[in-house]
Design a protein around this ligand. Sequence first.
Ligand code: DGL
Length: 275
Amino acid sequence: MAGKQDLRPAIGIFDSGVGGLSVLRHIHEQLPAESLLYFADSLHAPYGPKSQAFIIDRSRSIARFLIEQGAKAIVVACNTATAAAIKTLRQELDLPIIGMEPAVKPAAAATRNGVVGVLATTGTLQSAQFSALLENYGKNIQVVTQACIGLVECIERGELASDTARSLVADYVLPLIQAGADTIVLGCTHYPFVKSLIAEIAGPDIVLIDTGEAVARQLRHRLYERGLLAGTQGLGGVHCWTNSPSTHAVQLIERLHGEPIVIEALTHQTVSVLE
Ligand code: DGL
């Protein structure tokens, strides 16, 4: 098992819970030599309905924790936290910070009939950042949005194909199809874990777009610009932390990552990431 000392300098990645693992997967694929540090703020998931001040506080504590562990760059692998906190993080921290936003721009290019559906959290859809995104890229298309209340919690419970998951996905996807969407944006990093369910309910003609791969490309570009890319030798390790008191959180990270991984549960430490 690799220890933390083997992982410096590394890419720090965080999310409200397991969702950011869908982004980590792309980063690991595109930048296999980089060591990755992942923090799942499972104790505080979901972020979607929480206040901007709360999410800024959490993002700040977690980013500082990851920097203490040796992060040379931070990926905010959460659309909700990006919308709420990325400006503050960039003002306060002097290292590359890469965020996520719902893929409205690629969806506008991909749609055949001009109708795009966006699945995201309430926090993302109500953010100024999302309004700006619509203003910039949504003018010539019709964008239909859908807040997916309860879906992040369902995925955090490890339910990727349960009856509850299926019924929530149907409740959220079918109105988009009825509104005519031929392209659906997965605007939350948890949703790729139910992508096959979404695809099944949406049907074969609907294009699904998520941003994990583009974020990994953007990260590589930013690291290259700053001369921070790891060499090409060897495979970087992946080290995860969760602050959930439940053993289920650790098992879920293992299951979703699908490869051997070092996971530390922070349940007995009194550090700010637990507050
Ligand atoms: N993965 C987060 C996102 O991309 C989920 C937010 C939540 O915890 O509600 O928005």
